[in-house]
Design a protein around this ligand. Structure first.
Ligand code: FNR
Length: 187
């Protein structure tokens, strides 16, 4: 009875450090989750004129999010906010309002940047937006200052303290998501 976790990376950069971090977080979810990456970098710019016949990429995106029990967002910060590519995906998922895919989702947020406060402000904006859309944002904070040795050649988190911190953060997420998304499976 695994939780279906949609992993969303808030960057469209080929060598994104946040995609690397997301890749290192999936093994920390372990056997409890069935995790899959949801692509956002091929979505067109949101335009209400397209609502009559939504592009196929948009329908793929919204159905993948809708099918998930819970969501892990790993995002950079752009100019002290969330990147436009992520905001654009959120906008698509929020419309039409009676098909808002964010409503009722358990969401955990983290992100990394080389800056000293590693995405803290961008994550706060994201919490506000998804909270307003009806997601339940798991508490706690995980702002990861990126260092070149954060992710090892094996793709895993190489700094032990950071790995343990993120493991606890994700354990708490899975525990809460498990209770909300699948109450029957909770002993
Ligand atoms: C940034 N970057 C950045 N970093 C940060 O910590 N706070 C910020 O507000 C910003 N602002 C910002 C704006 C724009 C337009 C760009 C392109 C970059 C730097 C950013 O953290 C760095 O480029 C990371 O590598 C982005 O993460 P990805 O795309 O590699 O995952």
């Amino acid at each position: 009875n695994k939780l279906k976790v949609a992993v969303i990376v808030g960057s469209n950069r080929r060598d994104s450090i946040n995609r690397k971090l997301a890749g290192a977080l999936v093994p920390l979810l372990g056997e409890r989750a069935d995790a899959g990456f949801v692509q956002i970098d091929d979505l067109p710019m949101y335009n209400a004129d397209l609502e009559g016949s939504r592009p196929e990429t948009v329908n793929r995106f919204t159905s993948e999010v809708a099918a998930a029990d819970a969501i892990l967002v790993v995002t950079p910060e752009h100019n002290r906010s969330l990147p436009a590519v992520l905001k654009n995906a959120i906008d698509w998922g929020s419309k039409p309002s009676d098909h808002n895919v964010w409503k009722g989702k358990v969401v955990v947020i983290t992100g990394t940047s080389p800056g000293a406060i590693g995405t803290a402000v961008g994550q706060q904006h994201l919490r506000q937006i998804l909270g307003d859309l009806g997601s339940l944002i798991v508490g706690g904070e995980a702002y990861i200052a990126f260092k070149p040795d954060l992710i090892g050649a094996d793709g895993r988190i190489a700094i032990e303290g950071t790995r343990a911190f993120l493991q606890a953060y994700l354990d708490n997420f899975l525990s809460i998501a498990g209770k909300i998304a699948a109450p029957a499976s909770v002993a």
